[in-house]
Design a binder for this molecule. Structure first.
Ligand SMILES: [Zn+2]
Length: 416
């Protein structure tokens, strides 16, 4: 068997070959089972990238033998990650057997825990949602949240006759994804320090993985959103808080402990307004939904929501226009710093306000251009997101299942 990471002239991989990646070199004994898993992962990734394929097409794309592909496909069908189907043919002849990501044989479920509502939906392993989305108001206690999600899942599985391989849960909070624990949830305090992954897994009896909403959306945007197949981009989530997901070289950047992307708590007004985090003058105090609503409420002498802000801005209200422009200027300050740091190909913006007022994206771009370094700004496209945290939770659990199968070694080279 030829190992997929070798050139055709290279000798077969044997125990003791050195792996070199990211400047580090180590000696490793590669076991046959690991080789099989790596091949399975390659086949899975190829079908995810190219869509439904025949075994011969996969063989050609990843450069291993037909027998190796056939063995990997058989194992992936057994694991219910792939399924075989007959491609309808025109005219005579036997229909071609094609392989696709499982859609009919097995599914995943995504759960998005947002500040005011929880959304639950099923999807195929291709990440496309199927059936209805169930929505309920975010419960006011942790026990009720776990119970409500568990009940919604149970109803969905029964009504759609699902065969669920895993459940992805995105949370609007700082999440210790390795430990499966919500670390700090400033806007849903009862979630802080809770082992949500373990508790949900015990309640529903299915593999479960929790993820921060901005991290989840980075994955769905790259899989089938506005940053499809792009290796370097930023996901800016403007909501009650401000969060950022960072994709570097095709990999999500977590940071050492998983808390990367805290753009909202960058100080932009030293000694300014008190933030939810307990510090003063954070970007969130002047550029988030709550910051904007608070400032506009103060100016108008009545409480306004973000929906009111969008309506007032669209109707040309001068006070709303002034506050929104001021918000965009502050936001541009934070975004330009991120553009300087990461040199992204795109900044993908997910925001209810920006969706309701499309011209705000142009206003943000204009303000960033005024303060960003030209070399960093040029070539960086600003676009609205095409997916949601719910899509992100689905994309996350699909990635989690693939990672459980075998690690992705696309950035590792093997040397003699
Ligand atoms: Zn803060």
């Amino acid at each position: 068997m030829r190992f997929p990471f070798q050139s055709s002239s290279a000798p077969p991989l044997v125990a003791g070959r050195r792996f070199q990646g990211n400047g580090m070199t180590q000696t490793s004994i590669v076991q046959p089972r690991l080789l099989s898993q790596l091949n399975e992962r390659l086949v899975l990734d190829a079908i995810q990238s190219y869509g439904p394929s025949t075994r011969a097409e996969v063989t050609e794309r990843i450069g291993v033998t037909f027998a190796t592909v056939a063995k990997a496909v058989a194992s992936l069908i057994d694991a219910r990650l792939l399924e075989e189907y007959d491609e309808p043919t025109v005219g005579r002849g036997r229909p071609a057997k094609r392989i696709r990501l499982a859609v009919d044989q097995s599914q995943v479920v995504g759960v998005a825990i947002e500040i005011d509502e929880v959304l639950v939906a099923a999807a195929g392993l291709d990440g496309k949602r199927r059936g209805a989305t169930s929505t309920f108001k975010t419960p006011s206690s942790y026990q009720q949240l776990v119970r409500s999600i568990s009940e919604a899942l149970s109803d969905l599985i029964k009504s759609e006759r699902l065969n669920v391989l895993g459940v992805g849960v995105s949370v609007a909070a700082q999440v210790d994804e390795k430990a499966g624990r919500v670390a700090v949830a400033a806007n849903l305090p009862y979630l802080s320090d809770k082992p949500l992954e373990r508790d949900l897994r015990e309640a529903i009896g299915i593999t479960c993985s929790i993820v921060r909403d901005t991290h989840a959306m980075c994955v769905s945007e790259r899989l089938h959103g506005s940053a499809k197949n792009l290796d370097n981009f930023l996901l800016l989530h403007l909501g009650v808080g401000i969060g950022m997901g960072v994709m570097i070289d095709g990999r999500l950047f977590f940071g050492q402990y998983g808390y990367s992307g805290e753009l909202g708590h960058m100080t932009v007004v030293p000694g300014g307004q008190l933030c939810h985090c307990g510090r003063k003058g954070c970007l969130e105090t002047v550029a988030s939904e709550w910051g904007l609503s608070d400032h506009l409420s103060e100016q108008l002498g009545r409480q306004v929501t973000v929906e009111d802000v969008a309506r007032l801005y669209a109707s040309g209200d001068p006070v709303a226009k002034k506050e929104v422009r001021r918000t965009c200027k502050h936001l541009a300050l934070g975004v330009s710093h991120a553009v300087h740091l990461f040199n992204p190909g795109k900044v993908v913006v997910y925001s209810r306000l920006f969706s309701a007022c499309p011209e705000l994206l142009e206003l943000l771009v204009h303000n960033v251009e005024r303060i960003a370094l030209p070399l960093n700004f040029r070539g960086c496209e600003f676009v609205n997101a095409a997916t949601t945290p719910l899509d992100g939770s689905i994309a996350h659990i699909i990635g989690h299942l693939a990672d459980a199968l075998a690690p992705r070694l696309s950035h590792t080279t093997i040397v003699n």
